[in-house]
Design a protein. Structure first.
Length: 419
């Protein structure tokens, strides 16, 4: 092969490869929802210079030696999201360890209804999520094939027994499915639900103008759960933590911040609890965000109305030039000092997918800056507040309604900080 032929072949290969990469990127931008998942060691610990196993050991050491402070109870009372609808297919069982318990989450093959039960069989303690099976609306333990009704938890079959004991029962949990999420009710006193998460009809697949799922992010955070929703009432932190443009990344160094001073974010926020009868478990956040460049030219603005719903849910409603959207935030306490926070993003069909990805990515970057603070802070039980911090005090009074005298403290949960 002559040199010209080789050059032509290489040029054609490079051109073909470039086209293929552009097609793949274009397909991802327009057709694949974002799914950004980060574990506890991936975000918020950039100040630890070690890498690999040494970094994980250093993070564990930091979590053990960190001053925890006089924390509120580990698990507040309310509704918590254990899984998302798309994750629970008929015939499969998902294990979820959270809120000091181990749950089995499954969907009936006939009714398509979702059930949440204790993960452990009352017979000899086998974990039904490890090798268990679903038939109809019943779940069968893999150890001795005892079957339990998902609706009642009652044992309906023991293959080798002449009689089923009346007391043979798998513990069932109060749950509901809505908004593409599967919720479980947790209350330390065993009280049944006194309120329910709002249902957004526009997210139902059967809705005439069903909104589009644009993606999600998921992070693990080393903090107490109350630190996270309290951000909604902490006005002063916005311009301290989130002023630097998102172009600088989630954990910007000082020199990166200095290079990006030509662009910045400006914020305004209002927070207030709802006082209407039956809605005291809710609060309202109004957030105004504007991105400016080159001395103050407004480039991008977004007004967000947030609904805090109980201790662990937030619905963030906003409208842009492309239409309306909602970001559902849920927090799930995996351990007393380990939270999973997720944002699930839906929009009207008028949104272009690349723009939706940009909004979700921007929100993820801003969240990562909060995580860097949460991962290392202590809980200030009696903070030194100035009058401009009055919303923090008001938020803590509101949030205290989700604790009971019996709510488990960290020492009572056998909490450990290793992972």
């Amino acid at each position: 092969m002559e040199s010209n032929d080789i050059m032509d072949y290489l040029s054609a290969s490079i051109a073909g490869g470039t086209v293929l990469i552009l097609l793949i990127v274009n397909y991802w931008l327009w057709c694949i929802p974002m799914n950004r998942i980060r574990s506890v060691d991936e975000v918020g610990f950039n100040h630890i210079l070690e890498t690999g196993k040494r970094k994980k050991l250093a993070i564990n050491r930091l979590r053990k030696t960190r001053k925890a402070g006089k924390m509120p109870p580990a698990f507040p009372n309310g509704w918590f999201v254990l899984a998302e609808t798309r994750d629970i297919e008929p015939g499969l069982i998902k294990h979820v360890s959270a809120l000091g318990s181990d749950f089995a989450v499954f969907r009936g093959e006939e009714s398509k209804k979702v059930f949440v039960t204790d993960a452990y069989c009352p017979h000899l303690g086998a974990n039904i999520t490890v090798g268990g099976s679903i038939e109809g609306d019943c779940v069968t333990c893999p150890f001795h094939e005892w079957s339990f009704d998902g609706n009642t938890g009652k044992c309906v079959d023991i293959p080798y027994a002449e009689k089923i004991p009346d007391s043979a029962k798998l513990s069932t949990k109060t749950c509901m499915e809505a908004n593409g999420l599967i919720y479980v009710w947790f209350h330390s006193d065993g009280i049944e639900p006194t309120w329910f998460p709002p249902i957004m009809d526009q997210l139902a697949p059967s809705a005439p103008k069903c909104w589009v799922y644009q993606g999600r992010n998921e992070y693990e955070i080393s903090s107490h759960i109350q630190d996270i929703p309290e951000n909604g009432a902490d006005v002063a932190h916005l311009n301290a933590v989130h002023k630097t443009t998102i172009l600088a990344g989630g954990e910007p160094s000082q020199w990166i911040q200095s290079l990006t001073q030509w662009a910045w974010h400006e914020w305004g926020v209002r927070w207030a609890p709802e006082t209407e009868e039956g809605r005291q478990h809710r609060a309202k956040v109004e957030l105004k965000h504007e991105m400016k460049v080159l001395g103050g030219i407004p480039l991008f603005s977004l007004n967000v109305v947030g609904e805090q719903i109980g201790p662990a849910l937030v619905h963030l409603h906003f409208e842009s030039f492309m239409g309306k959207g909602v970001m559902i935030q849920y927090v799930l306490p995996l351990e007393p000092m380990l939270q999973k926070i997720v944002h699930v993003f839906y929009t009207q069909r008028t949104w272009l997918a690349p723009y939706a990805k940009m909004v979700l990515l921007g929100e993820s970057i801003l969240l990562e800056r909060d995580i860097a603070v949460w991962n290392s802070k202590t809980y200030a039980d009696r903070p030194f507040l100035v009058k401009e911090d009055h919303l923090i005090r008001q938020h803590r009074r509101w949030y205290s309604q989700f604790y009971s005298e019996s709510s488990p403290r960290f020492a009572e949960t056998n909490g450990v900080l290793d992972w």
